[in-house]
Each structure stands twice: as C-alpha cells, then as structure tokens.
Design a protein around this ligand. Structure first.
Ligand code: GDP
Ligand code: GDP
Length: 437
C-alpha cells in the first residue's frame, strides 16, 4: 500500500502547477483505450526510491465566497482524514489570508504530518521576510518554494519522504479474498455490505485498523473467507463528505489498491454517470479484476430487452471494461447477491491463471496465420514467440522484430484471441512487446 500525499489549499495558490511539476512526464502516459477519463487527480510517483501516490484536490468553480469557503474546508477535512501526508499550499505573494487560517485550523485538528509550502517564492536571493509570517499558521514544516520555477522542490520532496518514513506500517492483512465495493454515493454499497455479511453469513468480526482508519468486514460463505475492505468508508454516513466527488475518488483509490477483486456498483435507476466512469477508470488503471454490479434491479420496470439494453449501455459508456462480467442484483431484496461471491472467486481464479507456453504459442500461431501483423514502412513485422511472465494481472511478453511498428489495434486483436482461447473473464490482460530478431 503506497502512502497518499494530498495537496490542499485555496484556489490559485499553485496546487495544480505543483502537482504537474511533481508528476512530470508521467502525466503524459498515452492510453489508447477509449472512454477512460483523462483528467486524473492522482499519480504514482517516487523520490529517491520512496514511492507514493500524490493527489490533487481538483479544481473548484468559484461560484460565490460562502460556497467556496465550505468546499475548501471540506477538502481539508477529507485530506486530513484520508491522506498520510498533507501538502498545504499557500501563496507567498499574497500573505496569510483568512481562508488559509481556516484551512490550517482544520489541518491541525489531527496529528498528521502537514508540510506548509509557501509557493510563488520565485527569487530566493530576494526572499522577503513575509514567508516567515506563515509560521503563524502553526506547522512544524514550512518550506518556501516556487512550483512554477521548480525552486526548492527537492527539499520539499525530502521532507515528504522523511515524513513517509516515519509513518507506522500497516499491520498484517487478514487471510481471505479481499473485495472492494466501489461506486458513487447512494449506489447501494452499504446495503450490499449488510446483505453479504448478514447474520446468516456468520460474521466473524469487524476488524479495525488494518490500514489506518479502514474497517474491514470478514465473513464466511461456502467455507471460503471473504473480506469486504474499507467498510468504514462505506458505512460512514456523513453525507457532506460523501457527496464530494473528491472524497469518493480518494477513498476509491485507497480501497482499490488494497483489493483482490473490485465490484463496481452502478445504480440501475440512474444509468451511468461521469463519476461512475471516473471510479471505473481507477479500477481499470490499477489492473484489478472487475465485476460490474448493476444494483436496484428490483426498482426497474423490466421488459424483454431491458437487461440486454443495459449491457449495451455499459459497453458503450465503459468500453474499457469490456472484459468485466455484469450481474444484475438487488441489495435490497438480496436477489442474486450471493452470486457475486461465486463470481468473485471465478474472476480471481482467472486473474491468477497461468497458461502453459506450448498452448499459448499454438494460439498465437493460429492468430498470426488468420491475421498477420500488417507490413509497415516496407518492413515485414514478425512476432515469433510468446510467454506469460506473471499473473495478477496475467502478463504476456511477445517477442517481435519491430515492436514499434505494431499498432495498438493489433494488440487488441491478439488480446481478443487470447480471451477467446483462455477466458480471463473479469481480468485485465497485459501484453508487452519485446524486441528480438
Ligand atoms: P490552483 O488553483 O491552486 O491549482 O493554482 P494553479 O496551479 O492553477 O496556479 C494559479 C496561478 O499561479 C497560475 O497562473 C500559475 O501560473 C501561478 N503560479 C503557480 N506557481 C507559481 C510560482 O511558483 N510562482 C509564480 N509567480 N506563479 C505561480
Ligand atoms: P451507498 O451510499 O452506496 O452506501 O448506498 P446505500 O446502501 O446507503 O443505499 C442508498 C439508497 O438506495 C438507500 O435508500 C437504499 O435503501 C437504496 N437501495 C440500495 N440498494 C437498493 C436496491 O437494490 N433496490 C432499491 N430499490 N433500493 C436500494
């Protein structure tokens, strides 16, 4: 579990600039998958070998002052509850504002490391004393920086790493299949948690503190043990926080990273929203096995094609999840909810499946004969050999004379052929091209 570093602060202090400088080129990762939401709020990065996840709080529309005030305070609350280290950015040119003080007040309430970054200090020779006015906000770590000119960012990163190294390590994880139920507020996540872990399932216990304030719910079904992870976040019913998109996204990142299988919960009454896409995009990015759970099926007036139409809608709105099985359930009545557990076992088996090299190459050869890689730039492109190098997710290396000349759509073709032959239902597949004669 990589620690989470959140950037907070009022608008225009330079948060996004800082985020972009910190993640650098990594933001330009090209992903040809259609439909993946591109405005990511978080990235994995590292400094001197220490890896962490950096999260930007995202833009706020300045509607009016009161609205702004509330939103910024909410973001600070979320960060102090969910992140491991907080970068509190202020504007060194503007001096300490009332809003900075409000945010500081919230951030001081918990004993989490906060690094106060006084930004827009563009000239370290002519640094004014104003920077030190910010000590009044009451934080142990204060650093003048310039995000735009990349000044002092090294010291800032050192301070982040120093704080990360002092974090308490999470305890050993419980045995069992870790299921993440993810989705936007009101999709029915807590109803499903209650259903699945209900009395008849013989709850083992609510286990606190596996990672910070996460609460996991463990239960048994058919002699298998399951862990619904991070049910604290799901059950916590402070709707102020839940309504925040940023909150759900931050929570989702943490939960998805820890999970073995993700259940993406959609609300059949609402269809598929931007927020659904964003959360689905995280699960996809993290290369986790995914089950699409279409909930509130009881509430829908169903006709012959309702299910088929819904599947088509999912495929068109979330095309990158085309490998994920879809289940239509009602957390309210319990209809088909147990089936989700069987499905979770299945997709996890697929995710951890290994294909023997002989069979893999037979399938590859057939696919190549049926549809050879197109000749490009006058060169004959050849794929000679494939092998599976790892599981969870299944990862295949294909040895090729000109890897750069193979188009993404051809890899898609091969992926589909592999899926036809081997299944991998619910599991992402990675195909890597490696240059070899
Ligand atoms: P956010 O709203 O907090 O995300 O702020 P932005 O990153 O959008 O930056 C707001 C403005 O401050 C932009 O015009 C940036 O170019 C500017 N800015 C950001 N960092 C610096 C800096 O280090 N020095 C100066 N002079 N301007 C900066
Ligand atoms: P969460 O915010 O994702 O945890 O959602 P909740 O479990 O709190 O559910 C939100 C609302 O949807 C509640 O009023 C539930 O009673 C209702 N709900 C949840 N599941 C179902 C379902 O399968 N069918 C119907 N009709 N309502 C549901």
């Amino acid at each position: 579990m990589k620690p989470i570093v959140a950037i907070v602060g009022r608008p225009n202090v330079g948060k996004s600039t800082l985020f972009n400088k910190l993640v650098g080129d990594r933001i330009a990762i090209v992903d040809d998958q259609p439909g993946v939401t591109r405005d990511r709020l978080y990235r994995e990065t590292d400094w001197l070998g220490t890896e962490f996840v950096i999260v930007d709080t995202g833009g706020l529309e300045p509607r009016n002052k009161d609205f702004m005030m509330t939103k910024i305070k909410q973001q600070a609350e979320v960060a102090i509850n969910e992140a491991d280290v907080i970068l509190f950015v202020v504007d060194g040119k503007a001096g300490v504002t009332a809003l900075d003080e409000e945010v500081a007040y919230i951030l001081r309430k918990k004993n989490k490391p906060v690094i106060l970054c006084v930004n827009k200090v563009d000239n370290f020779q002519r640094q004014s004393d104003d920077v030190y006015d910010f000590w009044s906000l009451g934080f142990e770590f204060l650093l003048p920086i310039s995000a735009e000119h990349k000044l002092n960012l090294g010291d800032m990163l050192d301070t982040i790493v120093q704080n990360i190294n002092q974090l308490e390590l999470p305890e050993e994880e419980e045995e069992g299949l870790k299921l993440a139920i993810i989705g936007k507020p009101n999709a029915g996540k807590s109803s499903l948690v209650n259903r699945l872990s209900g009395k008849e399932r013989a709850i083992v216990s609510d286990i606190a503190g596996t990672t910070r304030d996460a609460i996991d719910t463990t239960f048994e079904y058919n002699y298998n043990k399951y862990i619904l992870i991070d049910t604290a976040g799901i059950r916590r019913k402070s709707k102020v926080e839940e309504s925040l998109e940023y909150y759900s996204v931050l929570r989702a990142i943490k939960t998805i990273k820890r999970s073995d299988v993700c259940m993406l919960m959609l609300d059949a009454q609402e269809g598929i929203t931007e927020q659904d896409k964003k959360i689905a995009g995280i699960a996809y990015d993290e290369k986790k096995p995914i089950i699409v759970v279409m909930n509130k099926w009881d509430a829908l007036k169903k006709e012959t094609n309702t299910m088929k139409d819904m599947k088509a809608l999912i495929l068109s709105e979330l095309p990158f999840l085309n490998y994920a099985p879809v289940e239509f359930v009602s957390a309210l009545t319990g209809q088909r909810t147990l089936k989700l557990l069987d499905l979770a076992d299945t997709v996890y088996d697929e995710y951890t499946k290994r294909i023997s090299t002989g069979i893999l190459n037979t399938v590859l050869k057939e696919a190549l004969i049926l549809n050879a890689p197109p000749t490009r730039k006058g060169r004959l492109v050849k794929i000679n050999y494939a092998t599976q190098i790892s599981t969870a997710p299944p990862r295949f290396v294909l040895f090729c004379n000109y890897p750069d000349l193979i188009h993404f759509s051809y890899l898609r073709y091969l992926e589909n052929k592999f899926r036809d032959a081997f299944g991998f239902e619910g599991s992402p597949i990675d195909i890597i091209l490696q240059k070899k004669g």
